[in-house]
Design a protein around this ligand. Structure first.
Ligand SMILES: Nc1nc2c(ncn2[C@@H]2O[C@H](COP(=O)(O)OP(=O)(O)O)[C@@H](O)[C@H]2O)c(=O)[nH]1
Ligand SMILES: [Mg+2]
Ligand SMILES: [Zn+2]
Length: 283
């Protein structure tokens, strides 16, 4: 879950163990990050030693976390209004890292008409989208279902309700956090260091979210693969290498004209494409 002051806090059998490394352990301390799977040997009380670390399935750099099963991208429906450019940017970053995505819209209690065509569009193109309220608890149980036995990381702008969501998911969280904090001698829990907390039968990274808003380095042809709705038109453009930008007879642009593709999605794609091409020049 976290490393602090020479100890590693490991979640196993429904509790947190304060672990040290076995003397003969070959892996360097700095090789451990939250999310690493380890084998521990029980000691006295809540103490244990780390015997073995498993190979990572994946890892993120910012936040620094291993073996992430899913990223939960949080946006408020209002206050602040959804930022679809940021949402699409996060969707590209997360898909590129090979991590599953759950989209959550919060503050449904503040809006009169909860079903926006845009939200429905993200569902139609295959994303799992949940609409919730941290005030009325609408939709909270559905989120719980998605957390079970998985490692999740929260992403999304400040004010979108990420911390509130953690509290709605686990009202006892304050107490649990307190227990861990007591062990590490810190009164208040901070989000500066990445740490996993146990919520609804799963582990969730309590972090400010993805801190880099730059698109990852990639080839310009790769970007379109992260816009799932473009997939349908693959091979239908006149040019095999079509980037769906200025090329003639482009199936994606035709679909846009026919309102089969949401215009904000296409506009964001074109903006990201420019950024990706700009980045290519730097290397
Ligand atoms: N009405 C309403 N307010 C919410 C909801 N979720 C969060 N808030 C409020 O929105 C503000 C920002 O929430 P916070 O959880 O700190 O967002 P974070 O920056 O993403 O962690 C706080 O004042 C919350 O009380 C919600 O579902 N409904
Ligand atoms: Mg917060
Ligand atoms: Zn095209």
């Amino acid at each position: 879950m976290k490393g602090y002051a020479g100890f590693y806090y490991v979640y196993a059998n429904d509790r947190v163990w304060e672990c040290s490394l076995r003397g003969r352990f070959r892996v360097k301390k700095q090789d451990f990050i939250p999310g690493d799977r380890v084998l521990i040997l029980e000691g006295a009380g809540d103490k244990a030693t780390i015997e073995e670390v498993s190979e990572r399935r994946n890892f993120l750099v910012r936040p620094n976390i291993a073996n992430v099963d899913q990223a939960i991208v949080v946006s408020a429906l209002t206050k602040p209004d959804p930022d679809y450019n940021l949402l699409d940017r996060l969707l590209v970053q997360i898909a590129r890292a090979g991590i599953d995505i759950l989209i959550v819209f919060t503050k449904v209690d503040l809006v009169a008409e909860p079903v926006y065509p845009t939200i429905e569009y993200y569902r139609q193109i295959g994303y799992k989208v949940l609409v919730v309220s941290n005030k009325t608890r609408q939709g909270i149980d559905q989120i719980k279902e998605c957390l079970k036995e998985r490692v999740s990381v929260l992403a999304g702008p400040s004010g979108s309700g990420k911390s509130s969501l953690l509290n709605s998911l686990d009202p006892l969280r304050e107490r649990k956090t307190g227990e861990v904090s007591q062990k590490i001698g810190r009164g208040k829990h901070t989000t500066r260091h990445v740490e996993l907390i146990s919520v609804a039968g799963g582990l969730v990274a309590d972090t400010p979210g993805f801190s880099s808003l730059y698109l990852p380095e990639m080839k310009r042809e790769e970007l379109q693969s992260y816009f799932r709705e473009f997939e349908k038109y693959r091979g239908e453009c006149r040019f095999k290498t079509c980037l769906h930008d200025k090329e003639p007879d482009c199936a994606v642009k035709n679909a846009l004209q026919n309102n089969e593709i949401l215009s904000s999605r296409y506009e964001n794609y074109i903006q990201f494409l420019k950024e990706v091409i700009e980045n290519e020049r730097k290397y």
